[in-house]
Design a protein. Structure first.
Length: 212
């Protein structure tokens, strides 16, 4: 999407396409195209990267993708990185075959429907608290309290996003979201002092059907 050589195939979208994410709702091909082009050539955001992790057909005319989106906020003096992980659901018409709906959902919030005050708070928190400063690796999943990161050498960890978490809190978060990511805490990272604060926990993949 952010590759300068990439040219979107606008003809696959219906003129009346509807797009929604927690902060945006629009209708029509022109508005949809402007929104995509704004992200690609924005004076507000830069260094955009969209990683596609998975694509699954849920119904004959519905496809769901899972992704990580990262952007550099150029309008803030220290230019923090903002990162969202989530899913996109595309629906196309069985009559003419063009995409009529595109709905994005974020892992980090509960209230998904537009307009989501929780979504706005999520964005602002990233701008001011800079949770990804110095992060080396790829964010696979970012939830409200913790994120799952694949480090550069290939191992996968869970670590807090903003506030420090105890081992118990972090492990509980991993367990509660298992159905989404399919990871469990590796045994050797457990501690005899689960109430103590921790910087990360190593994870291993249990449910191989969950990607990434």
């Amino acid at each position: 999407m952010f590759d300068p050589k990439y040219r979107p195939e606008w003809e696959i979208y219906d003129e009346g396409i509807v797009f929604e994410d927690p902060l945006t709702r629009l209708r029509g091909m022109q508005a949809y195209r402007r929104n995509i082009e704004f992200l690609r050539e924005s004076p507000v955001f830069g260094e955009g990267q969209l990683l596609l992790h998975d694509l699954a057909v849920h119904e004959p005319n519905v496809v769901v993708t899972r992704w990580t989106l990262s952007l550099r906020a150029k309008f803030v003096p220290f230019q923090p990185l903002v990162v969202f992980t989530g899913t996109s659901t595309y629906e196309w018409s069985v009559e003419h075959g063009r995409i009529v709906s595109h709905v994005d959902r974020w892992d980090s919030i509960s209230r998904q429907a537009y307009f989501s005050p929780e979504g706005l708070r999520d964005l602002l928190a990233q701008l001011f608290f800079r949770p990804f400063q110095g992060l080396e690796g790829t964010v696979l999943y970012r939830f409200r309290e913790f994120m799952i990161v694949q480090l550069q050498e290939g191992s996968v960890i869970a670590r807090p996003v903003y506030r420090r978490l105890s081992t118990n809190e972090l492990e509980r978060g991993v367990e509660q979201t298992f159905a989404i990511h399919g990871y469990q805490v590796t045994e050797h990272t457990r501690t005899d002092r689960p109430s103590e604060m921790t910087e990360w926990l190593h994870l291993h993949k249990v449910d191989a059907s969950r990607k990434p």
